[in-house]
Design a protein around this ligand. Sequence first.
Ligand code: FRU
Length: 447
Amino acid sequence: NQYQEALRPQFHFSPKRGWTNDPNGMVYFNGEYHLFFQHNPYGRNWGNMTWGHAVSKDLIHWTELDDALHPDQGGPVFSGGAVVDKENTSGLGENGKPAMVLFHTGARGWGQYMSWSTDGRSFHNYGKAVVPRINKDNRDPKVIWHAPTRKWIMVLWVERGNNEQHSMQFLTSPDLKNWTPASITYGGTGNDRYLFECPEFYELPVQGLNGVKKWVLTGANTQYAIGSFDGIRFTEEERKLQNQYGRDFYAPQTFSDEPTGRRIEMGWWRTNTAKDHMPFNQSMSLPLEHKLVKTPGGIRLTRMPVKEVDQLRARVYNPGNKIIRESSANPLKDIRIELAEIRMELMPGNAREIRLDVRGVPVIYDVARQQLVVDGVTAPVPLQNGKLSLLVYADRTGLEIFASKGLVFMPININIDRNNQSLSLSVKGGQVQVPELKVYELKSIWE
Ligand code: FRU
């Protein structure tokens, strides 16, 4: 087992060796989820960009394979997406077997390149750029099939100039090889990173609104727009929404061709792992399911861990407290745990503060401000019907926190003291009702 190092995430994907940043080419093909990733096979820092490759049957247990795409005449292999060409529009399929088709940016001339595989193991390079440089840096092609117009759509980030608006360019293609510019959606300018690099674009039904579907467009920092799309142009109805409050979640992508129709995301979860002789650096987030929900403020995106994560539960603690007061003993005092999932629903009533200590990392809810504060990061978490719902995962390299059933996501990278295996829950001010409090000890995915 090569995944025993002290700072090795135990239920998040990381490469055996070398650096990773963005997830790439996420696609379900021939019974496997494929996760490609920006990989430096030769070092712990960014460089020599190559597409690493891992596969999983359940989104949880990953097997790292040989690197799939290597730097070539197009230069370093930057980020991009993948699709399954089920109808063989490209002609790249073989003997009735469809091809998985991968798109990446060749960082020498900023062209968009194509590769394919019919077995998910060996990869062929199409050779020439399918989209030439448009302006300055063009990168991170994300390709999807648009059924109503029977066309492929590529969303490409196109840098225009230092002080011009960031832009996402939409292109269309009948065959994945020939691309025609269709429209442009503009984001922020300069340091305003709205719609800056790594586009993701998909349609989802809105929960509880029969038959209503909306399109979501995001850039690398996860600020997103909700709108409609006619196959040519994306029309923003709400823009620059944000419900991800970590400082360390970046460039997420979602799986193409997911067999159950779910929209499942993984992002680059930055970690503090370039130390203590670790042979690798950086990791991916948990796989997260996206949903669109109706809220009083409008339609919003939620993310929650996929249900497959539940298979990691090894043991449950059920403290069963119904009320916690300032004078209460710590209801979690008997627990000793390393890898943890903590689920709670709390009704703060007139209490001032609720404090959950996760192995030495305080997760604090300020009731008056309706804010969650963790390691210097603050997220607004309005109570829903007087209730706070929190889901916290603790791995060796930090916490992933979900509040209000996924309306708020707070990934926090912090190397947790291996020797601190205790949890505590306390309140200040009044008394807090606890409709739910459960702690699960989790297994490593590398066992
Ligand atoms: C985002 C990014 C992408 C680029 C890749 C290079 O983190 O800058 O825009 O393709 O990383 O590694």
